[in-house]
Design a protein around this ligand. Structure first.
Ligand SMILES: NC(=O)c1ccc[n+]([C@@H]2O[C@H](COP(=O)([O-])OP(=O)(O)OC[C@H]3O[C@@H](n4cnc5c(N)ncnc54)[C@H](OP(=O)(O)O)[C@@H]3O)[C@@H](O)[C@H]2O)c1
Length: 232
């Protein structure tokens, strides 16, 4: 019988991170999911349902000491998958332009979507076994080549910067793991909104298929949920 695999999903309180965690549990993975400290989340209820298969850990990924605390909690744990789903959009809506956004909000979006996932990867990639997968939720909006309609200035920039830093990270760390930037499509979550094209249920199987199919590869890929390359 093959060994049961373990994933760490960062940002699993709700939305796509929660759905990835649930889908992996349904595929017989063990899952460690992170939420921010404070309120009880859907993930806590899921952990009760999946007694022992799902551990809830606490992480605000913008706080470096909490990343270190999570790392020290993972001693002895060999991960098959590390995936950072957590991210934010501008509070006033993505249509806020670079001319309108406050410096504080610009910094919040960039720190959350660009710096923080990379800090998690810098700290925790060594907890992933050789041949395992290390991924981050990017977005099609992070593609510079595909930005022909404009809009969403700051959110796009945060994901484009994430993509750029992942490329540098891949040069240093892409030899033992599959590195992945995923563009999931426009999905109905709190961030995606009601107008989004797809429900989480419609896309989650494809998202998880694409993530787990990277196993055993090396180097970095920027893929949509069907596993098709996205233009940089
Ligand atoms: N939905 C879409 O259409 C779409 C399209 C392309 C890309 N994406 C990307 O997909 C990812 C997930 O988005 P979603 O649609 O699932 O959004 P969502 O429903 O708004 O969920 C966002 C998740 O990120 C977590 N998070 C935010 N800031 C965090 C922080 N500082 N530390 C730890 N966790 C934090 C939230 O935790 P709390 O519950 O504590 O706030 C929540 O679990 C994001 O990176 C997003 O940019 C989404």
């Amino acid at each position: 019988m093959s060994k049961i695999k373990t994933a760490l999903i960062v940002g699993a309180s709700r939305g796509l991170g929660f759905a990835i965690a649930e889908e992996l549990l349904n595929r017989n993975w063990n899952v460690i999911g992170t939420v921010r400290e404070g309120n009880r989340t859907e993930l806590h209820s899921l952990a009760e349902k999946w007694d022992g298969k799902l551990q809830v850990k606490y992480l605000d990924m913008t706080i470096p000491s909490q990343i270190e605390r999570l790392k020290s909690n993972l001693i002895g744990e060999s991960l098959d998958l590390l995936f950072v789903s957590a991210g934010v959009a501008n509070e006033k809506g993505m249509q806020e332009t670079i001319g309108e956004i406050s410096t504080e909000e610009f910094v919040r979006v960039m720190v959350t979507n660009t710096l923080s996932p990379m800090r998690v990867l810098e700290q925790l990639t060594e907890n992933v076994r050789q041949g395992g997968v290390v991924g981050v939720m990017s977005s099609g909006q992070g593609s510079i080549a595909d930005n022909e309609n404009g809009g969403n200035d700051v959110y796009r920039a945060s994901k484009a910067a994430l993509n750029m830093i992942m490329r540098s990270f891949a040069v240093r760390k892409g030899k033992n793991h599959a590195l992945l930037l995923l563009a999931p499509g426009w999905i109905k979550t709190d961030m995606g909104g009601k107008e989004a094209k797809f429900t989480v249920e419609e896309v989650i199987g494809d998202i998880v298929d694409t993530i787990v199919s990277q196993e055993g590869k090396t180097g970095l890929q920027y893929l949509d949920r069907f596993g098709k390359p996205v233009r940089w």
